[in-house]
Write a protein that binds this ligand. Structure first.
Ligand code: GAL
Ligand code: ZN
Length: 643
């Protein structure tokens, strides 16, 4: 990462006549832009016919950037194969679960397991890398774009064969696979590897183990495409870092933990979902996730929007004045060392012409441009923040395999959405002002004092043991209902739920009782969606249902405590329980602040630090740091207080 905060967006000069380019770079300078992503969707221009490469325009673009002191995240253009690709190699186009082939005319039109796609993608990537290996504008490889955004799973015959190969490398024998998938059920026992298919459309529920492994395989296939490109780029430019933009927190088809492990710098995209009541809390979740994916290292916000997105939803909301700045600084507060947008100049044509940009259709005499310029100036003054990190004493466990397994349609309640529940617990911490990380169940938990497990239906033996060890050594854990239920193959852990943590929690659950309405607890709080008939087998009961059965329990285990909830507490109750466990673990907010004011600290190892106070409310607020004078943060404003 450079010493300055990276600032800019996706620049697509190929969509514009060359006369615009000079104006673009002049405006970039005016706005303090020091970084742009280029070439992302330019395959059909770089290779207009198969094997014919044309770089003149990109040479001029790169030179123009270098001459103006703007660095490039240079993309490999492999996210959008040109029309000739699908035309010549229809067998390399993706196929959906119903067997429909999807044609070119959009983007990501390729089968992730297609050897033809891989060959052509690596060839164009090699051309780009060889051409610009020594270019002074080159700062970072932007490999592909949002892997799996549209083609995460392909069901074609090539993918079927690749799936079988994946299975063979993960199972010692066909017997082991039959055992793992529980194929004795519904007469699914396989007698030949060749009989195994992707979970294509079936008369009713597919086999859960098959579906789960297909998700794993599909994620791995995309990661493999990334690493293949990355390895090639590293051969040509060993010193240029590589990344690809994830969609952390928004898109769960790719295993972000596994993906991020392959990146020199983690980058991600985030867009506000207008339908959410407090989209800035969802933003915080995504930012905390991005930081955690890199083990706390500074990360790069590769894309967000200056205002409205251009998606298929009833209305795409524009950002209100000041929102762009608050959003950007919230990402910065949570560890980003770069703030970038999709995109630099709003497109005149194409499927995303209604997506906002740094330079809107209306030009520079606009709210957006003024805010973009002001933000550039502000970030230039914050270069001291670059490289600093965010400390968190709390971690929330999230795992893609668990999300995938729970996504099987045959569940006790489809209302148990694990991602929304993780976000709800994160939001409770956000409201309490407590900064948290996300962690993989098998990840290193030693630095945390409190671990939250909102909804981890599936956990491996190693993940289960990891949490037990964490509590044993003095940690506090809070486990939500329907967690620790199945093993890594989605097979029930027997003998009373939650099989993974019965001893740790001192609780045994004999039956689930999904709810069709709220249920009142002795404490006065309510639960909804879910309840369980449980017995405390060692834990202290802290709250009960009217029947007297436990709703909230706490067990002493080793040096620590393990709490369990048998229902989905409403927001108020959850806030109280989280207040109790944070107090027990000795973790607190970064500063004293009223509701709706986000406070996060970034620090350098030498002690220099920055307290970010972001006021999302319509009222002025007083923020009191633990050491230091109270400061007023005007309604909608952001204050960054160095210490
Ligand atoms: C991202 C994508 C961009 C653009 C943006 C706005 O998912 O990477 O290319 O499509 O969304 O919709
Ligand atoms: Zn395929």
């Amino acid at each position: 990462m450079p010493d300055a905060i990276a600032y800019g967006g996706d620049w697509s000069p190929e969509q514009w006549p060359e006369e615009t380019w000079e104006q673009d770079v002049a405006l970039m300078r005016e706005a303090g832009v020091n970084r742009v992503s280029v070439g992302i969707f330019s395959w059909s221009l770089i290779e207009p016919m198969e094997g014919v490469f044309e770089f003149g325009w990109l040479d001029r673009v790169m030179d123009l950037l270098a001459a103006n002191g703007v660095k490039a995240n240079l993309a490999t253009p492999t996210a959008a194969p040109p029309p000739w690709f699908g035309d010549t190699y229809p067998e390399a186009l993706p196929v959906d679960a119903d067997g429909r082939r999807l044609y070119h005319g959009s983007r990501q039109g390729f089968c992730p397991s297609s050897p033809i796609y891989r060959e052509k993608a690596l060839r164009v990537a090699e051309q780009v890398a060889t051409r610009y290996r020594d270019h002074p504008a080159l700062a970072l490889w932007h490999v592909h774009n949002e892997y799996g955004c549209h083609n995460a799973r392909c069901y074609c015959d090539t993918s079927a064969a690749a799936f079988r190969a994946w299975l063979r490398s993960h199972y010692s024998s066909l017997d082991a696979l039959n055992e793992a998938w529980g194929t004795a059920f519904w007469s699914q026992r396989y007698s030949e590897w060749a009989q195994i298919l992707p979970p294509r459309a079936t008369p009713t529920f597919p086999n859960p183990g098959q579906q789960l492994d297909y998700r794993r395989f599909s994620s791995d296939a995309l990661i493999e495409l990334y690493t293949a490109e990355r390895d090639l780029l590293k051969k040509i430019t060993p010193d240029v870092p590589a990344t690809t933009n994830l969609m952390a927190g928004a898109h769960w088809d790719m295993d972000c933990w596994a993906f991020a492990a392959e990146m020199d710098v983690v980058s991600t995209d985030h867009y506000l979902i207008g339908a959410r009541a407090e989209p800035h809390i969802d933003l915080a979740f995504a930012a905390d996730y991005a930081r955690s994916l890199g083990g706390g290292r500074p990360w790069l916000l590769m894309e967000h929007s200056t205002s409205a997105v251009n998606w298929q939803q009833p209305r795409n909301l524009a950002k209100k004045p000041g929102e762009l700045r608050r959003n950007s600084l919230s990402h910065l507060a949570r560890g980003a060392d770069g703030i970038m947008f999709f995109q630099w100049r709003a497109s005149r044509a194409g499927a995303e012409k209604w997506h906002s940009a740094m330079v809107p259709h209306a030009g520079t005499n606009t709210k957006i441009w003024r805010e973009v310029r002001a933000l550039g100036a502000e970030l230039a003054g914050l270069e001291g923040v670059a490289g600093s990190t965010v400390e968190a004493g709390v971690a929330i466990l999230v795992d893609h395999s668990s999300v995938w397994a729970q996504d099987h349609p045959a569940q006790p309640s489809t209302e148990m959405d694990p991602v929304e529940e993780a976000k709800r617990w994160h939001a409770a911490l956000w409201r309490a002002g407590v900064t948290c990380d996300l962690a993989h169940p098998e990840g290193d938990l030693t630095g945390y004092r409190l671990v939250l497990v909102p909804a981890l239906y599936l956990v491996s033996d190693a993940g289960a043991a990891n949490l037990v060890r964490f509590v044993e050594r003095g940690g506090v854990a809070l486990v939500g209902p329907y967690s620790g239920i199945v093993d890594e193959h989605d097979r029930v852990r027997l003998g009373g739920y939650p099989g993974a943590w019965r001893d740790l929690l001192g609780v045994t659950v004999e039956e689930f009782f999904p709810l069709d309405g709220p249920i009142r607890l002795a404490s006065g709080w309510s639960g909804s969606v879910w309840s369980e008939v449980a017995q405390a087998t060692g834990a202290k009961v802290l709250d009960t249902y009217a029947t007297g059965e436990p709703a909230w329990t706490r067990n002493e285990w080793g040096e620590g405590y393990a709490h369990y909830l048998t229902t989905r507490l409403d927001d108020d109750g959850l806030a109280e329980v989280i207040a109790a466990v944070t107090a027990e673990a000795g973790v607190g907010p970064a500063a004293d602040a009223p509701a709706g004011v986000e406070v996060v600290r970034r620090s350098h190892p030498d002690g220099r630090s920055y307290l970010f106070a972001i006021n999302h409310t319509g009222e002025d607020a007083v923020v009191t740091p633990p050491a230091g004078e109270p400061v007023t943060v005007v309604a909608g404003d952001v204050r960054i207080i160095p210490a």
